[in-house]
Design a protein around this ligand. Sequence first.
Ligand SMILES: Cc1cc2nc3c(=O)[nH]c(=O)nc-3n(C[C@H](O)[C@H](O)[C@H](O)COP(=O)(O)OP(=O)(O)OC[C@H]3O[C@@H](n4cnc5c(N)ncnc54)[C@H](O)[C@@H]3O)c2cc1C
Length: 379
Amino acid sequence: MFELSEELTLVRDTARDFAEHELIPRATKHDREAHIEPEVLAKIGELGFWGLTIPEQFGGAGLGNLALSIVLEELNRGCAATGVTVSVHNSLLCSPINKWGTEEQKQTWLPKLASGECLGAYALTEPGSGSDAAAMVTRATKDGDSYVINGTKIWVTTGSMAGLVLVYVRTNPDVPKAKGISAFLVPAGTPGMKVGKKEMKCGIRGSPAVELEFDGCRVPAKNMLGQLDRGFPIAMDTLDGGRIGIAAQSVGIAQACLEEAIKYAKVRVQFGKPIAHFQAIQHKIADMQTKIDAARMLVHKAAWLRDANEPCGRQAAEAKLFASQTANFCADECLQIHGGAGYTDHFIAERLFRDARITEIYEGATDIQRLVIARAVLA
Ligand SMILES: Cc1cc2nc3c(=O)[nH]c(=O)nc-3n(C[C@H](O)[C@H](O)[C@H](O)COP(=O)(O)OP(=O)(O)OC[C@H]3O[C@@H](n4cnc5c(N)ncnc54)[C@H](O)[C@@H]3O)c2cc1C
């Protein structure tokens, strides 16, 4: 666990090289123009990162969550908007299709998802159901061989670029709320599914978060992922994997903050010497490095457990809780070390500060991670 295998070292170095040469130079542009350049998405496909966890028989790399978290850390060190796109695609769409999909669903979708020809999104949240996801009201009603979906999903990451969306809907209103939910694979362009408002966000601006409106959207019954009314456990298990991805994103952002802080502290001269010579600055650097090391180990442990098919809900929540707090701690210290310059767009510290903030909110806010951990520990 403390030393990467030769294979994982190669995967990490490939992702690091891509981040250095393709993402870091573009991250500010992605942020200012609120989009990810298409050539970046194409290169991610060439490197095989869209299909990292998809089995080789479906065109993927056949690697696990540990490999994914290592890649995600590197990509997010370069550009968090790109990083979350890869995370959502792999963890929240490819992974549940691979785990619960029928042979036909896998044959139809996994090769396209592995190549990046089709990007993936995950639509759980609604205006009235965020942390309490099971309170969703979007409905799917059976009509012959199809289901007809009506309702609204919000903040769907990649929703406007996705070729396939995993949509969670209520199929039975007469049972306790988590027991009447099913999951459907809805291809882009299905009549009745419309991309609505795109949010203006504080950070990760290159990653679109959009509303998806469903108005009489008819999908074949064979597009159901898993069993009728058994979709909520799929959503929750999928989020365990997703949280490891966001924890890895957090470590990548934190690492970028540390590197920027060190760079600036070595060249900014005050009182006749670089500020890196002051012990107060050194303590900040020491705390950042220590928290990053600890966060990375939590991420790797949770990913390793998931790869071993061991229960990892608590460990994924611990990794997300600690790593997202670390990202925000490091972003704050990085900006502080830059002084006034950090509050301007002369340096990337201000973007990192904005990008870090979301890690404590999506895929379960910090309070929800604590709730998951406490429940497991007290049980
Ligand atoms: C940029 C962005 C991208 C997103 N991408 C997606 C996506 O791709 N797909 C998707 O389905 N969703 C997505 N989301 C939604 C995201 O997962 C939710 O925002 C998140 O789960 C929190 O829900 P909420 O915003 O409704 O907050 P609320 O649930 O309203 O919570 C508000 C506050 O109350 C706290 N709180 C709530 N319940 C409790 C409790 N029981 N105990 C203690 N504190 C509590 C929360 O921690 C939070 O601080 C995205 C959101 C954003 C902002």
